[in-house]
Design a protein around this ligand. Structure first.
Ligand SMILES: Cc1cc2nc3c(=O)[nH]c(=O)nc-3n(C[C@H](O)[C@H](O)[C@H](O)COP(=O)(O)OP(=O)(O)OC[C@H]3O[C@@H](n4cnc5c(N)ncnc54)[C@H](O)[C@@H]3O)c2cc1C
Length: 431
């Protein structure tokens, strides 16, 4: 059995790989590498005073694949007022849940006489490990073109939407958000919570509206998936069902398909994957990334009052203009110029390994210990083991967002908890 493991990452995935290793009988040393401010929670559930909610119902947020009601039982014991399985609770509560699991994990490691240490900087040179688990989570969004180096490092460009520097932002001019998905929604609510009252303009390539989770969760329609498992058949199937089913039943059909989408994805040819990326990823992302009704109501109020304007558009330039940022963009075939407090980049995490800024990923890639997948959506891994392909002298596993190119759906707790168990068992069974 391997004796020394490095787990790199301070979020859900890192915690759950370690927990699964311990539960399944690991003996030896685990070094967990975390960044200073991670609180072992990651950006999603880190202590954040804004009243943001989970985007997934309580009943689907258990950290353990074999114990689906674990999170609901935690809520019943600690937060009974919000424990209904169908609810969406505050993310800070989920942070409490993860902290509790991490504390238990540390206790379990002591009882099992496992050396579990938190370490702050990962040294790629240390070839002392039998296995490395990359649980590094979301990369920062790619810096848009049209922005000078000087502006990128100024308060006019907020490149980390999960850690906005509110203190550096002025309250007079409107705020510009690039992207209009879940991160935009979080950002708008966080800005309001932090006291920013000015108008917000959000643009994205397609300008799709966010969809709302249906109230009830039961798919009553019996629908059979197509026999042919290719992209064309899948698109045809969803197009047909969209017309045949009610809106709610259609969304629930999409939910029921999500857990098996990875299996379909792996059967798609390279051309089909590229076609999906080019033509369908935004539609699919909009349909499956939904917000709870309470959040949708707040966003709707913002839009109706004109305080939030969401448009399809394209950023052209961002320049410093005295106390504000001058932003030029195209929307509705018109070039628009305006002075803004800043631009907040909510375009989603960088997925191209070659463009990632994470020092560990950069270093491992430069040594070719890890390789990009063919569609540049993360690390090339073996789907059934999560082992990275490459020339590494030790086994390297990847979990979560880094595995998108191979699995496509590899982001939410439902996916990560199963991956954590799979990786832990793989490590324990390896020589
Ligand atoms: C704002 C937001 C809300 C979300 N809401 C939900 C939800 O409601 N339901 C759901 O199922 N999923 C949700 N998700 C998906 C979320 O990504 C997963 O639930 C999960 O939190 C991801 O965990 P992770 O550990 O893989 O990554 P992360 O949480 O991103 O953690 C990775 C950690 O590794 C650290 N790290 C990175 N590189 C290094 C390094 N070189 N050395 C040391 N440490 C490093 C980072 O600082 C970070 O703390 C949300 C995601 C976000 C961003």
């Amino acid at each position: 059995m391997p004796k020394k493991i490095a787990v790199i990452g301070g979020g859900f995935s890192g915690t759950m790989v370690i927990r699964q290793l311990i539960v399944h009988g690991f003996k030896g040393t685990i070094h967990r590498f975390i960044q200073e401010n991670s609180e072992t929670l990651g950006p999603a559930y880190k202590n954040n005073s804004a009243p943001l909610l989970l985007n997934v119902r309580n009943q689907n947020m258990s950290a353990f694949p074999d114990d689906p009601s674990h999170f609901v039982r935690f809520l019943e014991a600690r937060y009974p007022e919000v424990a209904l399985p169908n609810n969406f609770v505050q993310r800070s509560i989920y942070g409490h849940y993860l902290k509790t699991i991490w504390d238990e994990t540390k206790d379990l490691s002591k009882k099992a006489e496992i050396q579990l240490q938190l370490v702050s900087t990962f040294q790629v040179d240390s070839e002392e490990y039998d296995a490395i688990v990359l649980a590094t989570g979301n990369e920062l969004p790619r810096i848009p073109s049209g922005i000078s180096e000087k502006v990128i490092t100024s308060p006019f460009y907020q490149g980390n939407p999960w850690e906005i520097d509110y203190n550096s932002m002025q309250h007079e001019h409107p705020i510009f958000i690039l992207g209009n998905g879940l991160t935009m929604v979080d950002t708008v609510l966080s800005l309001r919570h932090a006291g920013f009252k000015q108008k917000i303009v959000a643009i994205s390539t397609h300008g799709f509206n966010m969809l709302v989770h249906p109230e009830n969760e039961i798919l009553t329609e019996q629908v059979s998936l197509p026999v042919q498992q290719d992209l064309h058949s899948l698109v045809h199937f969803f197009n047909t069902q969209r017309k045949a089913l009610s809106h709610t039943q259609f969304l629930l059909l999409v939910d029921s398909f999500r857990p098996i989408f990875s299996t379909w994805w792996q059967r798609f040819s390279l051309e089909e994957k590229k076609l999906f990326l080019c033509k369908f990823r935004h539609v699919w992302g909009t349909i499956r990334h939904r917000i709870p009704a309470q959040i949708a109501q707040k966003i709707n109020e913002e839009r109706v009052s004109g305080q939030l304007v969401v448009q399809a558009g394209k950023l052209l330039t961002l320049e410093e203009n005295g106390p504000c940022a001058k932003i030029e963009y195209v929307s509705d075939n018109q070039v628009i110029n305006g002075d803004f407090a800043c631009l907040i980049n909510c375009t989603g995490p960088e997925t191209d390994l070659a463009k990632m800024t994470n020092p560990t990923i950069k270093e491992l890639l430069s040594r070719q210990w890890i390789l990009p997948d063919l569609i540049r959506q993360g690390i090339d891994i073996q789907a059934d083991t999560h082992l990275a392909h490459g020339n590494s002298p030790m086994k390297i596993y990847a979990i979560g967002n880094l595995c998108k190119g191979t699995l496509w759906e590899s982001t939410a707790v439902g996916e990560l908890r199963a991956q954590a168990k799979l990786i832990a068992k793989g490590i324990l069974e390896s020589k």
